[in-house]
Design a protein around this ligand. Structure first.
Ligand code: PLP
Length: 394
């Protein structure tokens, strides 16, 4: 057996660090999922998750990873041959379009250079061209975890409204939920898709679907085959198969922590950490992958490796020497970029440790860079007001 002393720094863009209190809550004895105690727990968390999505609509919870919620959104609202608008704007947006094709949907894809989020004006033009209103849904990823670009959902909704397009707006919040502002009702989002293992500070295993009235109406006529993902029983307040009960205990505790810190304070913390990370990256003389300041992600930041240097070899060295996994480049960014996750249960010192590890790794791997990125982050974090204290009731 080998032993690496000290804690591993988990700085990937999810799954994220789980607070001790959440881990302890999950470690409760298993209960009868058909008994009164689970019914009380479920009704509490189903009510308390709504403010995280900023919705008054039902949020359905499946035992699944986030990919299940993607599928659930599509199969409940669409029929074979329906046209959808998707994006080649990053690996996750692209994977979702590939799922849509496998399910028998016709996908129109709008591409970016993977260094910015989809442009609301381009979406508006595509929808304006769709005079016969053949496009039934827009499949938008709020925070593209693969490149650190965040979509401006409110502007996209306004663009859809300007051209009076009736398509459903589906938004993947898997790496933004609990990290960045998301307003399902105000932004007219029809299906809001989430997962437990990132900003929600839980293990993987809960997939969320917030559903608008319009999405529920669409589900009455949608013809794609569906069984496991069918919304009907969930909308009736039932769990048609065994729910992930212990994760519900964890979710309740995570919601306690979120309430104690305050959702808006959490967003401010994520924004501060994202800015500190970008300053560090520029301090090292590297480029941030997201090229558009208005598209900067609050939860993850990707950095390009200098030409001729392997990002994956760098990540391997950082893992082996310093016990810190970093996110790899995905899809067309494979080996070209690495990603720093700064989402979920993090604080200034944890981020500082991660940036220290990256700077040490750049030196150890003899990657051309300037020293001092960490100092840039320290100066920025020090001049910002402190993080509000977390005061969850015991
Ligand atoms: N969408 C986004 C934006 C993601 O970041 C991920 C995973 O990281 C997924 C979808 C897929 O979710 P999961 O791996 O939970 O199935």
């Amino acid at each position: 057996m080998t032993y690496q002393s000290g804690r591993q720094f988990l700085q990937i863009p999810g799954p994220t660090n789980i607070p001790e209190r959440v881990l302890r809550a999950i470690a409760a004895p298993v209960l009868d999922h058909r008994g009164p105690e689970f019914a009380r727990l479920a009704s509490e968390v189903l009510a308390r998750i709504k403010p995280i999505f900023k919705t008054t609509r039902p949020v359905l919870i499946f035992p699944a990873s986030g990919t299940g919620a993607w599928e659930s959104a599509l199969v409940n609202t669409l029929s074979s041959g329906d046209k959808v608008l998707g994006f080649d704007s990053g690996q996750f947006a692209l994977l979702w379009t590939s799922m849509a094709r496998k399910l028998g949907l016709e996908v129109q894809t709008l591409a970016t250079d993977w260094r910015r989020a989809p442009d609301p004006a381009v979406i508006e033009a595509a929808l304006a061209e769709d005079r016969d209103k053949k496009i039934k849904a827009v499949m938008l990823v709020h925070n593209e975890t693969a490149n650190g670009c965040m979509s401006r959902v409110a502007e996209i909704r306004q663009a859809m409204d300007r051209v009076g397009h009736p398509a459903l707006l589906m938004v993947d919040t898997i790496s933004s939920l609990g990290c960045a502002d998301f307003r399902m009702d105000e932004w007219g989002v029809d299906v809001a898709i989430g997962g437990s293992q990132k900003g929600m500070m839980l293990p993987t295993g809960l997939a969320f679907c917030g559903v608008s009235e319009k999405a529920v109406a669409a589900s009455k006529n949608a013809k794609l085959p569906r069984s496991y993902w069918d919304w009907e029983a969930f909308l009736g307040g039932n769990f048609p198969y065994t729910p992930a009960c212990n994760l519900f205990f964890g979710l309740k505790e995570a919601l306690n922590l979120i309430d104690a810190e305050g959702l808006e304070n959490i967003f401010a913390r994520h924004a501060r950490h994202a800015e500190a990370t970008r300053r560090a990256i520029r301090g090292w003389g590297l480029d941030v992958v997201c090229a558009e300041p208005k598209d900067y992600s609050q939860s993850i930041t990707a950095a390009f490796m200098p030409e001729g240097h392997s990002a994956d070899a760098f990540r391997k060295l950082v893992l082996e020497r310093f016990n810190m996994p970093l996110g790899g480049g995905l899809g067309r960014l494979t080996d070209k970029a690495f990603r720093i996750g700064h989402l979920g249960d993090t604080n200034d010192l944890m981020l500082g440790g991660a940036l220290f590890g990256v700077e040490m790794g750049l030196a150890a791997a003899k990657i051309p860079h300037r020293a001092g990125g960490v100092q840039e982050a320290i100066s920025y974090l020090a001049e910002q007001s402190g993080q509000p204290a977390r005061m969850a009731a015991a």
